[in-house]
Ligand binder design. Structure first.
Ligand SMILES: Cc1ncc(COP(=O)(O)O)c(C=O)c1O
Length: 373
């Protein structure tokens, strides 16, 4: 059987290579490598695409989260609620900004932060909550925004995995006080290196991020606060400008492939798919299934040349670096179960429907007893 990769970045790269060569030549000729024309073009195009007041490019998604938290005023002793099931950077950024991450459980049917659990963990020291649109599926922004506003705190969106997704008709990235983006190469909108951005409905707040990302500088060599160096470079912005124009089509391809997976795998074994809310538009950054036999299934697929990946094998409160900050391990049974059971199958816009059919029939074989033969 021909191997089916979990992710093949070459297929995507080939689509953009020749147009990019021309754009990169212009950047090189202008000697404008950092915060040049391509960056300004991208910031305004992405703001238009989202319907956000302002977007500012930064060096990567981790910086986007950290700088957004700093701009929102997070400081020593401040508690920030985060889902216990996400990529490490969601909680790491809280610590980098000087705050304390408080882990909340996730909703079993979406893997996103459970607003009721978040409400129960809000204390007088809590200053805000970070929701993550995990796997490209929008979280319940209305409930979390209502909780934040009731408590006088902020809602920050970690939108790293959800470029182009819509919640109740609105683009994610416009639902909280600020949103942090990663354009790591594997993302739905991916650069050819590290890149990130912060967006938001309040242009002045996003400008604050811009200042922090550029050494706290208000004019040349005049620094009013300690910032950092986290700027988007022009070569990466040129990639993002090209790829932004293709994002909606690419996301539509992902949704079609996801529908095919769902159809072919309906009723197979104990497989569960995350719930899709018909009022939302997820963008399938990952195609995620869950089964009690996850590890055996992954091994079975690997033996047949089919790639898959576990996002994520450990909940955040079990990560040594974060566990060390906790007085005692919190009870987060749904995040624990997700970490034991989820498996991400091949999903990228250039994946062929025939490859999805082949992956689905291998999964079905596993549950039909192939694993035990
Ligand atoms: C949910 C989430 N948050 C934050 C990040 C951090 O982004 P970056 O790798 O660009 O620093 C990522 C991606 O890697 C992510 O998936």
């Amino acid at each position: 059987m021909t191997p089916i990769p979990y992710l093949d970045l070459s297929r995507g790269r080939r689509r953009f290579e020749s147009a990019l060569a021309e754009r990169w030549r212009r950047v090189l000729e202008a000697n404008a490598y950092v915060l040049g024309e391509e960056v300004r073009t991208f910031e305004s195009a992405f703001a238009d695409y989202l319907g956000a007041a302002r977007v500012v490019g930064v060096a990567n998604g981790t910086d986007a989260l950290t700088l957004a938290l700093r701009a929102l005023g997070v400081g020593p002793g401040d508690e920030v609620l985060v889902p216990a099931f996400s990529f490490f950077a969601t909680a790491e950024a809280v610590v980098l900004a000087g705050g304390r991450p408080i882990f909340c459980d996730v909703d079993e049917s979406t893997y996103n932060l459970d607003p009721e659990d978040a409400a129960a963990r809000w204390t007088p020291r809590t200053v805000g909550v970070v929701g993550v649109h995990l796997y490209g599926r929008p979280f319940d922004a209305e409930s979390l925004a209502a909780l934040a506003s009731r408590q006088g705190g902020f809602l920050l969106e970690d939108a790293a995995q959800a470029q182009g997704a819509r919640r109740r008709g609105r683009r994610v990235g416009t639902l909280g006080a600020l949103a942090a983006w990663s354009f790591y190469p594997t993302k739905n909108l991916g650069a050819f290196g590290d890149a990130g951005a912060v967006s938001g409905p309040d242009a002045a707040l996003v400008e604050r991020v811009h200042r922090l990302a550029n050494h706290g500088q208000t004019s040349r060599y005049h620094h009013v606060e300690i910032g950092t160096n986290s700027r988007l470079d022009s070569l990466q912005a040129a990639v993002l400008n090209l790829k932004l124009a293709a994002l909606d089509d690419d996301n539509a391809s992902r949704r079609e492939l996801a529908a095919l997976y769902r159809e072919r795998l309906a009723g197979v074994g104990d497989l569960r798919f995350p719930a899709d809310d018909p009022a939302d538009e997820p963008v399938y950054h990952q195609l995620t299934i869950a089964t009690a036999e996850r590890d055996a299934l992954q091994k079975f697929l690997a033996e047949r040349g089919i790639g898959s990946s576990v996002h994520y094998p450990s909940p955040l409160h079990r990560q040594p670096a974060l566990a060390a900050l906790l007085p005692e391990p919190p009870e987060l049974p749904r995040a624990e179960r997700a970490a034991r059971e989820v498996l991400c199958l091949p999903m990228f816009p250039e994946l062929e429907p025939a490859e999805v059919e082949a992956v689905a029939s291998a999964v079905a074989d596993f549950f039909a007893g192939g694993a035990r033969s």
